[in-house]
Design a protein around this ligand. Sequence first.
Ligand code: ATP
Ligand code: MG
Length: 332
Amino acid sequence: MDERAARIADFIEPLRVAPGSAVDLARDFDPRYKAGLKKQDGVDLLRAGVALLAEYQERLAAQNTYGVLLCLQALDAGGKDGTIRHVMSGVNPQGVKVSSFKVPSTEELDHDYLWRYALRLPSRGEIAIFNRSHYEEVLVVRVHPENLVRQKLPERARGKNVWKRRYREMNEWERYLTDNGFTVVKVLLNLSKEEQRTRFLKRIDLPEKNWKFSAADARERRYWDDYQRAFSEMLSATSTPWAPWYVVPADRKWFARICTAAILAHTLMDIDPRYPEVGEEARQDLLAARRELEQEAPSGAAADPYAERHPSAKGGRRSGHGRPAGEKRGRG
Ligand code: ATP
Ligand code: MG
């Protein structure tokens, strides 16, 4: 397992924004990077990543101590939906909560700007995914300042330091969450302008994709450079040791998916959730319950059909401590 963890850590390291570094998205990150892999490698890697996530998510839920928040940001057609669908395809839906954040409602605008995100945080044992996140508050809100006007902020909360202050507030909020058992990890799906153009055209050309395209998406594209600047500043200011940003190359969907799966897997491996072990008292209860159940065996049936079929199973019997005298398995 340690070897697997080390391989994953190496794989995602080039994508991580070093805390404190000044990032220029266009200069420092290539949307077409694929780590020398081929699409076929991607199929196997994604399958392995999905299996790993399923295993860790089960442990996270069983331990019920930690939670994970994955924030996904991208420009339109960046592939957030497909990434979520593929990366989470193997995990138990009961342990995952996906929330999409759109233009805020009147009720949401009547609260502080982090309120609606706080409502959708994971509980212990859960993985929450934010499809768009509180980072919209320094992205779309910054690129289109009329959004800030709608937030009805008091004078001093919308002065010229507003973005710096928001970075600090979000860093502190994430620190608070981390300190209390909720790990935050952030992924920007980094799409090139040309790949976005291609994907938009596909959505227009194929009738079954038309519903995915809106004229607003094309309008937003005109603000490309403003978004790149806002992304760069956001990455520089809010990639922290406790809640790092990863910039995932998104021009190849298959590569974006394995990267995101690897980042989430790395986060879970770092938490290293464990199945709870029962204490001595609870173990005695288990043994008593087993004796009772074994006595209920109908004639001709094994006392413990499960143990009969799985001779190596030791559930309830302390492994390596032998079995108390007189307690015999499979009698019946
Ligand atoms: P898709 O298009 O794949 O369904 P989407 O996330 O783009 O997914 P849309 O309904 O198209 O969903 O767009 C949501 C819109 O809401 C985006 O344009 C986004 O910028 C905007 N938005 C999100 N958060 C805020 C916010 N806090 N203030 C203003 N606008 C926001
Ligand atoms: Mg959209």
